[in-house]
Design a protein around this ligand. Sequence first.
Ligand code: MV4
Length: 447
Amino acid sequence: MFSKVLIANRGEIAVRIVRACRDMGLHSVAIHSTVDRNSLHVKLADESVCVGGASAQASYLNIPNIISAAEITGAKAIHPGYGFLAENADFAEICQECDLTFVGPSAEVISLMGDKAQAKVTARKAEVPLIEGSEGLLEDSDQARQLAEQIGYPVLLKAAGGGGGKGMRIVRGQGDLESAFQMAQGEAKAAFNNGGLYMEQYLENARHIEVQILFDNEGNGLLFPERECSVQRRHQKLIEESPSPAVTPQARQKLMEYASRIQKAVRYKSAGTAEFLLDKKGGLHFIEMNTRLQVEHGVSEMITGVDIVREQLAIASGNRIGVDQKGLRAGGHAMEFRINAEDPENNFAPSPGVVHRVHLPAGPWVRVDTLLEPGTEVLPHYDSLIAKVMVWGENRNEAIRRARRALSELSIEGPKTTREFHLEVLHNSRFLSGDYSTHFIQEEFGN
Ligand code: MV4
């Protein structure tokens, strides 16, 4: 149905999408900003178009210029990657109006799941367990106070337009509620142009567990074994693994069932992720859905052999998914370590600059997705993720040994990176035992 794909992104994910296109015999068009013209994704794509200046607003978020780039080059599909326009329902709709295939779910589903309070209403109707909280949006701080008394402190105020931890506020007692409500509402309005708030009981020491789904237009599809993403700092994930060391076969069955109910409820198509919290008592609760390809999709690919980006493109072109649930063979254990150009010794401050030399690990069961080559300038204008080191092993211990091997080989001269931090985590007894939660970094590393 389409033979040329425009990639509305940059960095390692744009490179990843170029590779899927080439494997499928599809032509690829890179877009780039003025400061990205020498970047790896531009070199690897078949064609490229400059869409604007350095700031994301001027280029990677510049919808008219991106649509024009597709029209000029004759690309009939747009893959948004993650971040930027990936979960922008208006963009998905504009693509449709311009007869361009948006590689992702429908604008309606993006919009429905983009409102996190509405997503929970959908999940409740589908009989998926939720954390006790408000039914939809809070009306005002009075209603919030009454509800908090009912639920019991601590509670969490969340922005309906947020997600991923943006605009969240923990409230530990009724004295803090009024001001927390006003602040959260103001921040949400400023950040998401949507002041809507909802409330949940705050679960201490929860684990972040998510289920990758991948469905075609006819309702055929796959649910992948869970990924665990509890090693995060300020809501930025640093390490992901699949399967989770905390999920039993019975819990896995439940997770897959819940993800399946959500998929059916909205007839979800393309790749997406249902996020859950696993509480200290083993309870599972749906929290939100991401309607995009995620950074950490590679760990699911490594334990199954499914090329998620390839399937996304096949589904978008109207083909059926290539594998079914019965044919899905998940095995072994995969981990991903995000290499950010940041200084862990200095509160993870960004550390942009020229990479004079780089040596990337390789060898059996090691994969590196990166934007790096010798001489790459890590730019201060964009996300600091510069590489993802992924490993696979027969079991978790083998994956850990392989991760130490791969990260020891990795050498990046120039910017400070998170490499040494990861090597420390790989010798931390709690991480090694699998007994960690979303507070792991704070508890073990003090930030
Ligand atoms: C929570 C929670 C505890 N209780 N909700 C953060 C990201 C977003 N996807 C959901 N998040 C959370 N929601 C309830 N009701 C804990 C998190 C959470 C978290 C909270 C504080 C510090 C670090 C965290 C890391 C991951 C998830």
